[in-house]
Design a protein around this ligand. Structure first.
Ligand code: COA
Length: 185
């Protein structure tokens, strides 16, 4: 699915652009994947696990997502730089196609600027315009109070906890919380 340009202002006054990824974003996306993995324990990859991403694989992924009817990806660009991305996807399965899942991460220099809020507004809009989708689902890791605050603001509620779902390199075990937001039309 292709998302057309959405311009908005960050809290600090800078202009930002949301849109589907383009070939020109490949290197920015690779940089973002690697850097963000080292900035927080609240995303699922470590930097060295980003070796599997190459310019070719990213370009293929962009093409696949933009052409798919069951996926949408938004990148956020600030001053031409990839600040982060957000994805929504759902299956074709008759029993599960009413459930969409969403994921988001930004480089730390862009946290708390309202990007997550604007991205989630768009994702909810996509879900509301799909007659099959009845709920959006996501998970967050114990301690991620910023993500939780964003999700609760956007209408998500906690529906469950998976104890010890995450094990950091130093052995720390963290729980993962599941959230759901109903889609009402
Ligand atoms: C979580 C994340 C996507 C949120 O995006 P964002 O653009 O920073 O979020 P926004 O600025 O739109 O909104 C954040 C809200 O949380 C609030 N907030 C910030 N820090 C907070 C904290 N420690 N506790 C509670 N609320 C907090 C902000 O005030 C803001 O609310 P407001 O707009 O009503 O003032 C982003 O911070 C990020 O990429 N974090 C690292 C990766 C990550 O955790 N991804 C999610 C994995 S589940």
């Amino acid at each position: 699915m292709v998302i057309n340009d959405i311009e908005f202002k960050l809290k600090d006054g800078r202009s930002a652009l949301l849109r589907s990824p383009k070939d020109e974003d490949v290197q920015g996306m690779l940089d973002y994947l690697y850097i963000s993995a080292g900035e927080t324990d609240f995303i699922l990859r470590y930097p060295e696990e980003c070796n599997k991403y190459t310019p070719e694989s990213e370009k293929d992924f962009f093409d696949h997502t933009n052409e798919s009817e069951n996926d949408a990806m938004i990148v956020c660009l600030v001053d031409g730089k990839v600040a982060g991305n957000c994805q929504i996807s759902w299956s074709n399965g008759i029993k599960t196609r009413h459930r969409a899942s969403v994921a988001i991460a930004l480089l730390s220099e862009y946290w708390n600027q309202g990007i997550g809020t604007r991205m989630f507004q768009e994702m909810i809009h996509i879900a509301e315009n799909n007659s099959e989708i009845l709920q959006i689902e996501l998970d967050f890791i114990e301690g991620n109070s910023r993500a939780r605050a964003l999700y609760e603001k956007m209408g998500f509620r906690i529906t469950g906890v998976r104890p010890n779902a995450i094990r950091l390199k130093d052995g720390t075990l963290l729980s993962e919380y599941s959230m759901i937001r109903e889609i009402k039309r």
